[in-house]
Write a protein that binds this ligand. Structure first.
Ligand code: F6R
Length: 614
């Protein structure tokens, strides 16, 4: 959702801001704008539509370069995606510019108060009230940081704010309340951003603000205070990927590139955690004593992350013999779940900023449960609010549709399941050794799967007019079916549903008519003969009703051949690891089908990469 960048330094500020905004485009937005201070005056430009519209406007009528500035991509909440509603918004008679992520819930009351005091509003946004308030506070205090500290006390909701004032050239001030803000530390220049991609091209040295803090940057450095004004020392970290990792690198789309990066995502997530034929995780506060004392686990997440959690459930229950529930984060948060200090709530999130998931984690902590974050984004909010974090190292994921992050999330949970089983003594060394061996082989196997997808690509092109696709799976294949369906509906806008095979006769089979395409994710006949025979029965049932069946089956599974129209093969592995391989053809199918339809696979309609509002 909204993206934020701020800069102070010697570079051409307009260029730095546009570069930052282009790196934040992946979050999803529908208007964009920038403001710089040049010659002691604010100059700003904002446009509805994509960044390109703003660029064209700046090309035809450039702004001065400036030496401080703020930039914003807006995902409309209050008021449509128009030029007027785009950020920045001005205060103090145009001497101050402000941008905002989040929602100011009491904006209507503030606006009424400000209008009564003579302020004139130009937009329908909640943000403009904050700009006007900040302008008035600046007139009282003469200092942007003091003014910001005054204003944050009046705002309800969640927000990151960034502001510049023409009477304080060199200074950019940011505030964060339940919304992320990071500082980027450079030499003679400093940055602010809603995530590190906003500035990683210029510096890898960063710090994430904690909740309720205000950062002030000048070319010389950054200072941070809490909302009471007390100084705090931000915890610095080095970003472990460089800007080129977030470039398309010759691929037709970020999604295509990210699907191809699956093997590295798995390799990097395993790195350092699989040693001498065993698994060892450093989980800080979740030490062995805490892990042994647990009596229940709840895994929460949304969308793809929640489907990865369903795989995690099977693996953790199998290896650690502890009851595991999976809940959609938003359902968990609002249903008064039963939680105790012996419950571990694991949150899964690529971005680490998903509001629904964050609220679930906060609720779990408030109820006294332990919390573990499995997250892909360093310095993001959810890991900071959890007792411990297991970072997946999938690298930046830019395409809205999550692909390589799903693989890494599954791997993270498999590692945790093994670690927990070892700590609790529920898994024997031979089982761990075998799992570790198979985990190590996964990257190579993934490379083979990726190299063998000509058939699925042709299939997708041939099916570009299809109106509905169903997906079936059992056991760990069930979440794969759900994920296949989500990916297809999300980027190709085709109706797609995933079902558990056993559920077929309880309703979904009514959907089967001649020609209906059904993908079936088939478990291994070697490891799961019973499940395998049950899904073969499911295939026969749908075939008998005229379905066209595409199966994803392990190499050598001959039993599916008589019933399948098309067989997509995956290498042999352990059942718990199969989803990592099975999901790849489904991701590629969605990607190719959406491409064949001429759609923007990286930024599907109505969706944002980082869902930072509930
Ligand atoms: C689907 C997709 C979404 C996300 C979900 C959670 O392709 O990308 O369903 O998985 O919004 O996002 P994170 O993992 O960032 O919490």
């Amino acid at each position: 959702m909204c993206g934020i960048v701020g800069y102070t330094g010697e570079r051409n500020t307009v260029e730095v801001l546009l570069e930052g905004l282009s790196r934040l485009e992946y979050r999803g937005y529908d208007s964009a704008g920038i403001a710089v201070v040049a010659d002691d005056a604010i100059a700003s430009r904002k446009r509805g539509g994509k960044l390109q519209v703003l660029r064209e406007s700046l090309d035809s009528a450039p702004l001065p370069e400036g030496s401080i500035g703020i930039g914003h991509t807006r995902w409309a909440t209050h008021g449509g995606p128009t030029d007027q509603n785009a950020h920045p918004h001005l205060g103090d008679q145009g001497r101050l510019a402000l941008i905002h992520n989040g929602i100011i819930e009491n904006f209507a009351a503030l606006r009424a108060e400000l209008e009564a005091a003579g302020e004139v509003f130009e937009s329908e946004t909640d943000t403009e009230a904050a700009a006007k308030l900040l302008g008035r506070a600046f007139r009282e205090t003469g200092d942007l940081t003091s003014a910001m500290l005054q204003v944050v006390g009046r705002l309800e909701g969640q927000f990151t704010l960034l502001a510049v004032h023409q009477e304080q050239p060199g200074v950019v001030v940011g505030a964060a309340h339940n919304s992320p803000l990071l500082v980027g530390f450079g030499e003679g220049e400093q940055f602010l951003g809603s995530d590190v991609s906003a500035f990683v091209k210029y510096t890898a040295s960063a710090a994430a603000l904690d909740n309720d803090q205000v950062a002030t940057i000048t070319p010389e450095g950054a200072s941070v205070v809490d909302f009471s004004g007390a100084p705090v020392e931000p915890k610095r970290f080095e970003v472990d990927w460089d800007a080129s990792a977030a470039d398309k690198g010759g691929w037709s789309s970020f999604m295509a590139k990210e699907v191809s990066e699956g093997p590295e995502a798995v390799e990097n997530t395993l790195r350092g955690r699989v040693v001498d034929g065993s698994v060892r995780l450093e989980l800080g506060a979740l030490d062995d004593a805490v892990l042994r004392d647990l009596d229940r686990i709840v895994i929460v997440g949304c969308g793809t992350a929640a489907y990865s959690a369903l795989v995690g459930k099977y693996a953790i229950e199998t290896w650690a013999r502890i009851p595991v529930e999976v809940d959609l984060a938003h359902e968990f948060r609002y249903r008064d779940p039963v939680l105790t200090p012996r419950t571990l709530v694991i949150s899964i999130s690529q971005s680490g900023e998903t509001m629904d998931t964050k609220m679930a984690v906060q609720h779990a902590r408030a109820q006294g449960a332990r919390t573990l974050s499995i997250c892909n984004t360093q310095g993001s909010t959810i890991p900071r609010e959890s007792d411990a974090v297991l970072y997946t190292h999938a690298g930046p994921e830019v395409a809205v549709a999550s692909t390589k992050a799903f693989l890494a999330q599954v791997i993270g949970q498999l590692l945790f399941g093994l670690h927990l089983g070892i700590v609790r003594g529920t898994v024997d060394a031979a089982t761990v050794e075998q799992a570790v061996r198979e985990l190590r082989e996964l990257p190579e196997e993934l490379r083979r799967v990726l190299a063998e997808q000509t058939q699925v690509k042709e299939l997708a092109h041939w099916m570009s007019d299809t109106r509905s696709v169903l997906f079936l799976g059992r056991n760990v294949g069930y979440p794969v079916a759900l994920e296949g369906a989500l990916k297809l509906k999300e980027i190709s806008y085709i109706h797609a549903e995933g079902f558990a095979g056993g559920e077929l006769k309880h309703g979904p089979i009514a959907l089967i008519e001649p020609g209906q395409v059904v993908f079936v994710v088939v478990p291994s006949p070697r490891h799961e003969p019973l499940l395998h025979s049950k899904i073969v029965s499911n295939i026969q049932e749908i075939r008998a009703r005229g379905a066209r069946v595409i199966v994803v089956a392990e190499a050598g599974d001959a039993a599916v051949l008589p019933y399948a129209d098309i067989v997509l093969r995956i290498p042999l592995t352990l059942p718990m690891l199969e989803p990592v391989l099975q999901v790849v053809p489904l991701h590629i199918f969605a990607l190719e089908l959406a491409t064949a339809k001429g759609l923007d696979v990286d930024q599907p309609r109505n969706l944002a990469k980082s869902v930072t509002v509930e």
